[in-house]
Design a protein around this ligand. Structure first.
Ligand SMILES: Nc1ncnc2c1ncn2[C@@H]1O[C@H](COP(=O)(O)OP(=O)(O)O)[C@@H](O)[C@H]1O
Ligand SMILES: [Mg+2]
Length: 266
């Protein structure tokens, strides 16, 4: 854990410094990316795209152990960039030579992944599979990217926690692991502090990336999240954040004055 805390301290220190990183406008709209959030496509030469490629290399060729295949992206609180990171990571991994990706939106409370990839809100997905037994193969959505397939969160349901903490959810993760052993499965999920199902998901996946919003996520929240996730599951922290104001993210015309994606090993 030592290195994680060192990294947190470093991120805090850096956030107090004037932006040394390049300003970067958000990605232009890509047709299937109406919000322009897939910066790895819109700005492949940017530092942030480079950081996602770095993450991909850490995933595919880890310094030790096997490459994790089922990967959850989560964070302590809402709005810290989980969907942004999961989608850009998924695109980046799928851009590798041999890597196929299944991206799954398991945030049934605040599902956004379908929208990022230009799908309609009522596109069936995980909730139909879990609640109505619709077979998974009917829910795989092809994206414009050849090696990236999406399972949306599906139609909004009443009690996502019950569904996602259920035996069906475990079965679902087992099923995708067994049926697609050659794919990287990247799972977007709700915030740990707001949704107990996120920890249930963490117990089933190979590894978890915990997002930290630079200068925003309180360090004690990060520490609590780290305590809750089984240590052996933590792949690392991803530091996300505009150094001046996160509100800039929501203003698509604003230039980001700085951001950082970092990665650190346990
Ligand atoms: N590094 C970033 N650069 C630009 N926009 C970002 C970044 N991180 C998050 N955002 C934006 O901030 C908003 C919230 O992020 P989101 O991924 O939906 O958070 P979460 O999934 O954790 O609730 C979205 O509009 C997203 O596009
Ligand atoms: Mg989200």
């Amino acid at each position: 854990m030592g290195k994680i805390y060192e990294a947190l301290m470093k991120a805090e220190e850096e956030s107090g410094q004037p932006g040394t990183e390049q300003a970067m406008p958000l990605a232009p709209s890509y047709g299937f990316d109406p919000q322009g959030e897939l910066v790895v496509l819109g700005k492949p030469g940017s530092v942030i795209a480079e950081q996602f490629r770095f993450l991909r290399s850490q995933l595919i060729r880890p310094q030790e152990g096997c490459s994790p295949r089922t990967i959850q992206v989560t964070s302590s609180l809402p709005g810290e960039g989980k969907t942004f990171a999961a989608s850009n990571l998924a695109v980046t991994v799928s851009q590798g030579l041999d890597e196929y990706v299944l991206l799954v939106d398991m945030d049934l409370r605040n599902s956004r992944m379908g929208k990022v990839f230009g799908f309609k809100e009522d596109t069936p997905g995980l909730s139909e599979h879990l609640a109505e037994n619709i077979p998974l193969e009917k829910l795989l959505q092809k994206t414009s990217l050849k090696k990236l397939t999406l399972v949306t969160a599906g139609t909004k349901i009443e009690k996502p926690a019950e569904l996602l903490s259920s035996y069906r959810m475990k079965e679902f993760i087992q099923e995708i692991r067994n049926r697609y052993p050659d794919r990287y499965v990247i799972i977007d999920s709700p915030p740990i502090e707001m949704a107990p199902e996120s920890l249930a998901i963490a117990n089933e996946v190979d590894g978890v990336f915990l997002l930290v919003l630079r200068a925003k996520t309180p360090r004690d929240r990060v520490a609590t999240s780290l305590e809750r996730i089984k240590k052996e599951k933590i792949l690392g922290l991803i530091f996300n954040g505009d150094q001046k104001s996160h509100h800039n993210y929501r203003n698509k015309s604003a230039k980001l004055s700085g951001y950082g994606y970092g990665y650190c090993y346990k």
